[in-house]
Design a protein around this ligand. Structure first.
Ligand SMILES: Nc1ncnc2c1ncn2[C@@H]1O[C@H](COP(=O)(O)OP(=O)(O)OP(=O)(O)O)[C@@H](O)[C@H]1O
Length: 310
């Protein structure tokens, strides 16, 4: 029986390539609807952790431990069973959409295909494709559906990937640096969209400001292990591990109490924002009721401020 308060439960996940242990005894859980950030420097094991859950580890790399998502075991199960779960129970959006999309197939057909593969009939899949393209805010969905991937911009392609990931209504969305290849404005729109549509989220990134703006909880990986985890605000304001402290020092996040930079061109509107909250104009809660507490702010993403009761 799965624990009703845990959507995903990972225990003792280790990943090996031969003798080499790349991910060591990683344990964490995600509750339904929860957004969890997975951060850590390059090579710390974030992607391998995610790929283990998808059953997509590269050749010669294997995972052990347990991972249960909505009552379904994800590790050590036959590929055929995993195929049934992938997309339907858990979906992933990768950094580079061009490698994930088929360059020779129209976008609409690629979105439809993931649904017909999971048993939906063609006509229903085609109709839902247009709804999905609309849901990820692609303009003129019918036109986009007829396009080939190279005819779309990077941001549009990543939205198509998100539509594909959502097509079979998964319980959990995993994103691995989904906006790294996009320019800053497009990045911000994409992040807002992901936060809005993800049923529950495991979000991998190097960017602490992104985690601060999107996630309720954070896991910090270092050398293949989770060295620290907890509510995002707690980890970012009172890090317990030296590595997390280092990450915070090196990041664009500014600890509470220090002088905050102001952004040129910002249009602060709500007087209720406290002094120094540089993102008041962009905060999703902006308005007279906002009681933003700028414990940390992230320069690029605009709304890394906390609201009592959030
Ligand atoms: N197929 C493989 N065979 C052997 N080692 C691998 C393989 N894939 C990844 N690794 C190693 O495993 C470690 C963890 O890799 P992983 O891709 O999970 O890191 P990451 O934290 O996601 O890094 P990045 O942020 O750069 O994507 C790295 O040292 C990497 O070199």
């Amino acid at each position: 029986m799965s624990d009703p308060v845990k959507l995903l439960s990972v225990e003792g996940l280790s990943v090996r390539a031969g003798e080499l242990e790349l991910v060591r005894e990683v344990s964490f859980a995600i509750a339904p609807g929860e957004r969890v950030g997975l951060i850590g420097e390059s090579g710390s094991g974030k992607s391998l952790t995610a790929l283990s859950l998808m059953g997509l580890l590269p050749e010669g790399v294997s995972a052990s431990g347990t991972a249960v998502l909505g009552g379904h075991r994800l590790l050590g199960v036959p590929e055929k069973r995993l195929k049934g779960l992938r997309g339907r129970t858990v979906s992933m959006v990768f950094q580079e959409p061009m490698t994930a999309l088929n360059p020779l197939m129209r976008v609409g057909a690629q979105v439809s295909e993931v649904m017909t593969l999971h048993g939906r009939d063609r006509a229903a899949a085609r109709a839902r494709t247009l709804d999905l393209l609309d849901r990820v805010r692609l303009p003129h969905p019918a036109q986009i559906a007829r396009a080939y991937p190279h005819q779309l911009s990077g941001g549009q392609r990543q939205r198509v990937m998100l539509a594909i990931a959502l097509a079979n209504e998964p319980d959990l969305l995993i994103c691995d640096e989904p906006t790294t290849a996009l320019d800053v404005t497009v990045q911000k729109q994409m992040l807002e969209l992901i936060a809005e549509v993800a049923p529950a989220l495991l979000f991998i990134t190097h960017d602490l400001a992104v985690v601060a703006s999107m996630c309720e909880r954070v896991l910090v990986m270092y050398g293949g292990r989770v060295v620290e985890s907890g509510p995002m605000r707690e980890v970012f304001t009172r890090p317990r591990h030296r590595y997390t402290e280092g990450l915070l020092d090196a990041s664009r996040l500014t600890p509470r109490g220090t002088r905050l930079p102001t952004i040129k061109g910002s249009v602060p509107s709500a007087g209720a924002f406290p002094e120094g909250c540089v993102f008041r104009n962009r905060c999703p809660h902006a308005g007279p009721r906002c009681e933003t507490e700028p414990a940390l702010t992230g320069e690029a993403h605009g709304y890394a401020c906390w609201h009592p009761g959030d």
